[in-house]
Design a protein around this ligand. Structure first.
Ligand code: PEP
Length: 250
Protein backbone atom coordinates (compact mmCIF):
# COMPACT_ATOMS: atom_id res chain seq x y z
CA UNK A 1 0.00 0.00 0.00
CA UNK A 2 1.53 3.30 -1.08
CA UNK A 3 1.12 6.20 1.36
CA UNK A 4 -0.13 9.33 -0.43
CA UNK A 5 2.41 12.12 -0.78
CA UNK A 6 1.29 15.73 -1.27
CA UNK A 7 3.99 18.31 -2.04
CA UNK A 8 3.57 22.04 -2.61
CA UNK A 9 5.81 23.85 -5.09
CA UNK A 10 5.72 27.52 -4.20
CA UNK A 11 7.88 28.46 -7.22
CA UNK A 12 9.16 32.09 -7.16
CA UNK A 13 6.34 33.34 -4.91
CA UNK A 14 5.83 34.68 -1.38
CA UNK A 15 7.72 37.09 0.81
CA UNK A 16 9.65 35.79 3.81
CA UNK A 17 6.79 36.78 6.14
CA UNK A 18 4.20 35.06 3.89
CA UNK A 19 6.36 31.94 3.60
CA UNK A 20 6.72 31.62 7.36
CA UNK A 21 3.01 32.33 7.95
CA UNK A 22 1.96 29.72 5.34
CA UNK A 23 4.41 27.13 6.70
CA UNK A 24 3.23 27.75 10.27
CA UNK A 25 -0.44 27.49 9.28
CA UNK A 26 0.26 24.16 7.55
CA UNK A 27 2.33 22.85 10.47
CA UNK A 28 -0.48 23.53 12.90
CA UNK A 29 -3.25 22.49 10.47
CA UNK A 30 -1.96 18.98 9.75
CA UNK A 31 -2.63 16.18 12.21
CA UNK A 32 0.38 14.06 13.08
CA UNK A 33 -1.77 11.05 12.15
CA UNK A 34 -2.73 12.44 8.69
CA UNK A 35 -2.95 9.74 6.06
CA UNK A 36 -0.34 11.36 3.82
CA UNK A 37 3.24 12.55 3.71
CA UNK A 38 3.36 16.31 3.21
CA UNK A 39 6.15 18.56 2.00
CA UNK A 40 6.49 22.20 1.00
CA UNK A 41 9.09 23.52 -1.44
CA UNK A 42 9.58 27.27 -0.89
CA UNK A 43 12.00 29.54 -2.75
CA UNK A 44 15.62 28.73 -1.84
CA UNK A 45 16.18 31.95 0.05
CA UNK A 46 13.35 31.07 2.50
CA UNK A 47 14.19 27.39 3.02
CA UNK A 48 15.93 27.99 6.33
CA UNK A 49 13.03 30.03 7.75
CA UNK A 50 10.47 27.47 6.57
CA UNK A 51 12.47 24.57 8.05
CA UNK A 52 12.35 26.43 11.40
CA UNK A 53 8.62 27.19 11.03
CA UNK A 54 7.62 23.54 10.46
CA UNK A 55 10.08 22.05 12.96
CA UNK A 56 8.44 19.33 15.08
CA UNK A 57 5.43 19.05 12.75
CA UNK A 58 4.48 16.47 10.11
CA UNK A 59 5.49 18.88 7.32
CA UNK A 60 8.80 18.21 5.56
CA UNK A 61 10.69 20.72 3.43
CA UNK A 62 12.07 20.35 -0.08
CA UNK A 63 13.96 22.56 -2.50
CA UNK A 64 12.79 23.33 -6.04
CA UNK A 65 16.13 22.56 -7.70
CA UNK A 66 19.85 22.07 -6.96
CA UNK A 67 23.19 21.90 -8.77
CA UNK A 68 24.81 18.50 -9.25
CA UNK A 69 28.28 19.59 -8.14
CA UNK A 70 29.22 19.73 -4.46
CA UNK A 71 30.75 23.23 -4.57
CA UNK A 72 32.68 25.57 -6.82
CA UNK A 73 32.36 28.41 -9.31
CA UNK A 74 28.64 28.09 -10.09
CA UNK A 75 27.34 31.59 -9.51
CA UNK A 76 23.74 31.69 -8.32
CA UNK A 77 23.43 27.96 -7.69
CA UNK A 78 22.74 25.91 -4.54
CA UNK A 79 24.33 22.53 -3.89
CA UNK A 80 22.58 19.46 -2.54
CA UNK A 81 24.93 19.56 0.47
CA UNK A 82 23.68 23.06 1.30
CA UNK A 83 20.07 21.88 1.11
CA UNK A 84 20.79 18.95 3.35
CA UNK A 85 22.79 21.13 5.74
CA UNK A 86 19.76 23.34 6.46
CA UNK A 87 17.32 20.45 6.91
CA UNK A 88 15.73 19.75 3.54
CA UNK A 89 14.36 16.24 3.03
CA UNK A 90 13.28 16.48 -0.62
CA UNK A 91 14.34 18.19 -3.82
CA UNK A 92 12.20 18.64 -6.95
CA UNK A 93 14.26 17.76 -10.03
CA UNK A 94 13.38 18.18 -13.70
CA UNK A 95 10.28 20.31 -13.14
CA UNK A 96 8.88 21.29 -16.55
CA UNK A 97 9.81 24.93 -15.90
CA UNK A 98 13.44 23.82 -15.39
CA UNK A 99 13.25 21.70 -18.55
CA UNK A 100 11.42 24.15 -20.82
CA UNK A 101 12.27 27.62 -19.44
CA UNK A 102 15.86 26.91 -18.36
CA UNK A 103 16.71 24.24 -20.95
CA UNK A 104 17.55 21.37 -18.59
CA UNK A 105 17.91 18.00 -20.29
CA UNK A 106 17.15 14.61 -18.80
CA UNK A 107 20.91 14.08 -18.62
CA UNK A 108 21.25 17.23 -16.45
CA UNK A 109 18.41 15.93 -14.27
CA UNK A 110 20.11 12.54 -14.01
CA UNK A 111 23.34 14.06 -12.61
CA UNK A 112 21.30 15.88 -9.98
CA UNK A 113 19.35 12.72 -9.09
CA UNK A 114 22.61 10.85 -8.43
CA UNK A 115 24.04 13.67 -6.31
CA UNK A 116 20.80 14.01 -4.32
CA UNK A 117 20.59 10.28 -3.61
CA UNK A 118 24.25 10.11 -2.58
CA UNK A 119 23.56 12.87 -0.04
CA UNK A 120 20.40 11.25 1.33
CA UNK A 121 18.09 13.87 -0.23
CA UNK A 122 14.91 12.39 -1.72
CA UNK A 123 14.32 13.54 -5.30
CA UNK A 124 10.88 14.21 -6.75
CA UNK A 125 11.60 13.59 -10.43
CA UNK A 126 9.15 15.29 -12.81
CA UNK A 127 8.22 14.21 -16.31
CA UNK A 128 5.49 15.33 -18.68
CA UNK A 129 4.59 16.08 -22.26
CA UNK A 130 3.83 19.37 -24.00
CA UNK A 131 0.40 19.91 -25.56
CA UNK A 132 1.77 19.51 -29.10
CA UNK A 133 3.45 16.25 -28.08
CA UNK A 134 0.16 14.91 -26.67
CA UNK A 135 -1.70 15.99 -29.80
CA UNK A 136 0.91 14.26 -31.97
CA UNK A 137 0.35 11.02 -30.04
CA UNK A 138 3.82 11.17 -28.45
CA UNK A 139 2.83 11.21 -24.76
CA UNK A 140 4.15 7.73 -23.96
CA UNK A 141 7.41 8.25 -25.91
CA UNK A 142 8.14 11.61 -24.29
CA UNK A 143 7.51 10.34 -20.77
CA UNK A 144 9.52 7.16 -21.21
CA UNK A 145 12.43 9.09 -22.77
CA UNK A 146 12.42 11.49 -19.81
CA UNK A 147 12.20 8.60 -17.34
CA UNK A 148 15.01 6.59 -18.97
CA UNK A 149 17.28 9.63 -19.14
CA UNK A 150 16.52 11.03 -15.71
CA UNK A 151 16.86 7.66 -13.97
CA UNK A 152 19.89 6.30 -15.88
CA UNK A 153 22.10 4.33 -13.50
CA UNK A 154 19.68 4.65 -10.58
CA UNK A 155 19.40 1.24 -8.90
CA UNK A 156 16.28 -0.58 -7.76
CA UNK A 157 17.38 -0.05 -4.13
CA UNK A 158 17.80 3.70 -4.71
CA UNK A 159 14.30 3.91 -6.17
CA UNK A 160 12.98 3.48 -2.60
CA UNK A 161 13.96 7.14 -2.08
CA UNK A 162 12.63 8.48 -5.39
CA UNK A 163 9.18 9.93 -6.01
CA UNK A 164 8.01 10.47 -9.59
CA UNK A 165 5.67 13.27 -10.61
CA UNK A 166 3.70 13.13 -13.85
CA UNK A 167 2.98 16.72 -14.81
CA UNK A 168 1.48 17.25 -18.27
CA UNK A 169 2.97 20.61 -19.19
CA UNK A 170 -0.31 21.79 -20.72
CA UNK A 171 -2.01 21.40 -17.32
CA UNK A 172 0.52 23.30 -15.21
CA UNK A 173 -0.70 26.69 -14.04
CA UNK A 174 -3.30 26.75 -16.82
CA UNK A 175 -6.39 25.64 -14.91
CA UNK A 176 -6.68 22.82 -17.52
CA UNK A 177 -6.52 19.74 -15.36
CA UNK A 178 -6.01 16.35 -17.00
CA UNK A 179 -9.13 14.23 -16.60
CA UNK A 180 -8.73 11.49 -13.99
CA UNK A 181 -8.82 8.98 -16.89
CA UNK A 182 -6.08 10.80 -18.85
CA UNK A 183 -3.87 11.05 -15.76
CA UNK A 184 -4.52 7.46 -14.66
CA UNK A 185 -3.62 6.12 -18.13
CA UNK A 186 -0.19 7.79 -18.02
CA UNK A 187 0.41 6.77 -14.39
CA UNK A 188 -0.39 3.17 -15.28
CA UNK A 189 2.10 3.40 -18.18
CA UNK A 190 4.77 4.81 -15.87
CA UNK A 191 4.22 1.90 -13.49
CA UNK A 192 4.63 -0.51 -16.43
CA UNK A 193 7.87 1.30 -17.29
CA UNK A 194 9.08 0.75 -13.70
CA UNK A 195 8.26 -2.96 -13.87
CA UNK A 196 10.14 -3.29 -17.18
CA UNK A 197 13.13 -1.10 -16.23
CA UNK A 198 13.36 -2.45 -12.64
CA UNK A 199 11.00 -5.09 -11.23
CA UNK A 200 7.48 -5.52 -9.83
CA UNK A 201 8.52 -4.51 -6.34
CA UNK A 202 9.81 -1.14 -7.55
CA UNK A 203 6.73 -0.71 -9.76
CA UNK A 204 4.40 -1.40 -6.84
CA UNK A 205 6.20 0.73 -4.29
CA UNK A 206 7.35 3.93 -6.04
CA UNK A 207 4.93 6.80 -5.54
CA UNK A 208 3.78 8.67 -8.63
CA UNK A 209 2.30 12.10 -8.00
CA UNK A 210 0.07 13.91 -10.47
CA UNK A 211 0.67 17.62 -11.00
CA UNK A 212 -1.26 20.14 -13.05
CA UNK A 213 -3.95 22.47 -11.70
CA UNK A 214 -4.78 20.24 -8.71
CA UNK A 215 -7.29 21.98 -6.40
CA UNK A 216 -9.41 20.86 -3.44
CA UNK A 217 -12.36 20.46 -5.82
CA UNK A 218 -10.66 18.00 -8.19
CA UNK A 219 -8.16 16.32 -5.82
CA UNK A 220 -10.50 13.61 -4.59
CA UNK A 221 -11.29 12.24 -8.02
CA UNK A 222 -7.66 12.36 -9.17
CA UNK A 223 -6.30 10.83 -5.96
CA UNK A 224 -8.81 8.00 -5.99
CA UNK A 225 -7.31 6.62 -9.23
CA UNK A 226 -5.41 3.40 -8.47
CA UNK A 227 -2.04 4.58 -9.82
CA UNK A 228 -2.13 8.19 -8.59
CA UNK A 229 -0.35 8.33 -5.23
CA UNK A 230 -0.40 12.00 -4.45
CA UNK A 231 -0.04 15.44 -5.97
CA UNK A 232 2.60 18.02 -6.76
CA UNK A 233 0.69 21.25 -6.32
CA UNK A 234 1.64 24.71 -7.58
CA UNK A 235 -0.90 27.54 -7.34
CA UNK A 236 -3.18 25.85 -4.81
CA UNK A 237 -0.22 25.27 -2.46
CA UNK A 238 0.05 29.02 -1.85
CA UNK A 239 -2.99 29.10 0.40
CA UNK A 240 -3.12 27.05 3.61
CA UNK A 241 -6.85 26.51 3.18
CA UNK A 242 -6.60 25.04 -0.33
CA UNK A 243 -3.43 23.01 0.36
CA UNK A 244 -5.02 21.56 3.51
CA UNK A 245 -8.13 20.80 1.43
CA UNK A 246 -6.01 18.76 -1.00
CA UNK A 247 -4.34 16.93 1.91
CA UNK A 248 -7.77 16.17 3.36
CA UNK A 249 -8.79 14.67 -0.01
CA UNK A 250 -5.84 12.28 0.25
C1 PEP B 1 3.57 22.67 -10.57
O1 PEP B 1 4.13 23.74 -10.57
O2 PEP B 1 4.23 21.65 -10.40
C2 PEP B 1 2.12 22.66 -10.77
C3 PEP B 1 1.54 21.50 -10.93
O3 PEP B 1 1.47 23.87 -10.79
P1 PEP B 1 -0.13 24.11 -10.76
O4 PEP B 1 -0.67 23.25 -9.65
O5 PEP B 1 -0.28 25.57 -10.48
O6 PEP B 1 -0.65 23.70 -12.08
Amino acid sequence: MRRPFIAGNWKMNTTKADAVALASALASGINADANADVAVCPPGVYLDAVVAAVSGSAVAVGAQNMHHEASGAYTGELSGGMLQDIGCTYVILGHSERRHVFGESSSDVNKKVHTALALGLKPIVCVGELLEEREAGKTADVNSEQLYGSLAGVTAEQMANVTLAYEPVWAIGTGKVATPEQAEAVHADIRKFLAYRYNDEVANSVRIQYGGSVKPGNANELLSQPNIDGALVGGAALSAESFLGIIAAA
